[in-house]
Design a protein around this ligand. Structure first.
Ligand code: BES
Ligand code: MN
Ligand code: ZN
Length: 496
């Protein structure tokens, strides 16, 4: 799907599908009134008949409303007084769903002309483009018949009020397209099952990204390199699997070398069985998604390269498979991390923090401006926040505030939890410097407390994306592409 932006009147378009808003209770927007007069009042008649309510989630399609327009699709936008950012996103989604059942070759959408408090045309176009492009996503790699989504729509044209808005909106189109492309990279990797998507597969994905973009380079550290670096925690997680671990680093150079980089670290457990602390069968389903953090890092590097961000960005993927077996680590094992601190592994299912511990220590060498890690780290985070906020914990409040703000702007939100000392004693160990579990209480916080022992030397934020990066069951099962939108907005704000 290609995207355009222009100005114009609805009735003057030649299109296979015109999209106009309709408010509750069957109230026509100014735009829609002008069009309706041109179309001999056909919309008003349908409202009068009670066929159009304007409720959110409803839509009505009228064929041949006037010359040059094959159909007009009226999208219910709810009460005009309540129209806001959230309902805007909803109606764009509903429009895409409605289009899915039709076969227009092009769409002229006027929903982007609706007024939203505090949000300008750039925001509207970026959101709409991202949602529309993402709506075309479907993962058919492993289906014998490769059905697509919204294949007939070749061009989507957004409408803006004037030339100035068109200029601003054009840049936003490019950003929206890039966010959706980044989300696709992340979702494809995450949805690929663990018998295909191994640590080596993630490394290959990194290398091919580097081939694709001149400003991106990739390096892969092998098991022997991790040994040389004394990454005892990382290695302990990987040692039960026949698929060797990889520490994949990506470098996007968008500005002079002297500028300290933004470093993103991703948990890349390609499958989490729990190891010898084996997960029950029903809890193991979906654990191919335990590499969503790493997949997000790859997506984000793609985004940076596509929009040519003038920042330096480093990606670090901690890729390993957590399997039980004769070589696997066991509860009570004690390992020495790259930092020199020792860890008593009391539960091999708390493996994410172990790989991240060494990956975070590794980040010190970049002298980073900030380090942000993303991990499907704790089931406790899903209990606490469900599916609509990532957990955010940070040792630097300014960074936390910037992420919270990016979350609100993008609609891909996070919620801060306290990273405070009192919780640290839950990690006390009789035999090592600390243990890798903190008991049943405040599981997301104690996991972050564990990570914080490896992040003393830089400004750091941790995003627990266990509830937001994917859905584990039902029709929506699959990767979501979150938190790409939040982090894309965070980076864009850093450039300004
Ligand atoms: N990958 C899981 C966390 C997870 C669970 C993500 C469910 C998404 C859905 C992580 O490695 C894990 O197993 N965490 C344990 C930690 C516990 C042993 C302290 C958990 O959450 O149960
Ligand atoms: Mn686990
Ligand atoms: Zn895990």
């Amino acid at each position: 799907m290609d995207f355009n932006i222009k100005t114009g009147q609805p009735e003057k378009q030649r299109t296979s599908c015109l999209v106009l808003p309709i408010f509750e209770p069957g109230k026509l927007d100014e735009l829609t009134i002008v069009f309706d007069n041109h179309a001999k009042g056909i919309i008003k008649q349908l409202v009068k008949l009670g066929d159009i309510s304007g409720k959110i989630g409803t839509s009505t399609c009228i064929p041949n409303p006037c010359k040059g327009i094959d159909r007009v699709l009226l999208i219910g936008c709810g009460k005009k007084s309540e129209f806001n950012e959230k309902t805007f996103r909803e109606v764009i989604k509903h429009m895409m769903n409605a289009l899915q059942g039709m076969k227009p070759s092009d769409v002229c959408c006027f929903l982007t002309m609706l007024h939203i408090k505090d949000r300008d045309i750039s925001w509207k176009i970026k959101q709409a483009t991202k949602i529309a492009a993402d709506a075309c996503y479907c993962f058919v790699e492993f289906k014998s018949t490769k059905a697509g989504r919204l294949k007939s729509v070749k061009t989507m044209t957004w409408f803006a009020a004037n030339k100035r808005e068109v200029d601003k909106g054009s840049a936003a189109v490019e950003i929206g397209v890039s966010i959706a492309a980044a989300m696709k990279t992340t979702k494809d990797l995450a949805n690929t099952p663990a018998n295909v998507c191994t640590p080596a597969y993630l490394a290959k994905a990194g290398q091919s990204l580097a081939k694709e973009f001149k400003k991106v380079s990739c390096a892969v550290l092998e098991q022997k390199d991790l040994k040389a670096l004394k990454m005892g925690a990382f290695l302990a997680v990987a040692q039960g699997s026949v698929n060797p671990p990889k520490l994949v680093t990506l470098e996007y150079r968008g500005t002079t070398k002297s500028q300290a980089p933004y470093v993103f670290v991703g948990k890349g457990i390609t499958f989490d069985t729990g190891g010898n602390s084996l997960k029950p069968a029903d809890r193991m389903i979906g654990m191919k998604y335990d590499m969503c953090g790493a997949a997000t890092v790859l997506g984000l590097i793609r985004f940076a390269a596509m929009v040519n961000l003038s920042l330096n960005i480093i990606g670090v993927l901690a890729a390993a498979e957590n399997m039980p077996g004769g070589q696997a680590s066991r509860p009570d094992d004690i390992v020495t991390t790259m930092s020199g601190q020792t860890v008593e592994i009391l539960n091999t299912d708390a493996e994410g923090r172990l790989v991240l511990a060494d990956a975070l220590t590794y980040c010190e060498r970049y002298k980073p401006k900030v380090v942000i890690d993303m991990a499907t780290l704790t089931g406790a985070c899903v209990v606490a926040l469900g599916y609509h906020h990532s957990g955010l914990l940070s040792n630097h409040q300014k960074l936390a505030n910037e992420l919270l703000k990016a979350g609100i702007i993008s609609g891909d939100k996070c919620w801060q939890l306290p990273l405070s000392d009192e919780y640290t004693s839950q990690l006390d160990s009789n035999f090592a410097d600390f243990s890798n579990i903190g008991g049943p209480d405040a599981g997301t916080i104690t996991a972050a407390c564990f990570l914080s022992k490896f992040t003393k030397k830089f400004n750091w934020a941790h995003l627990d994306i266990a509830g937001t990066a994917c859905r584990f069951t039902g029709k929506a099962k699959g990767a979501t592409g979150n938190p790409i939108p939040m982090l894309a907005d965070y980076l864009l704000a850093q450039v300004k």
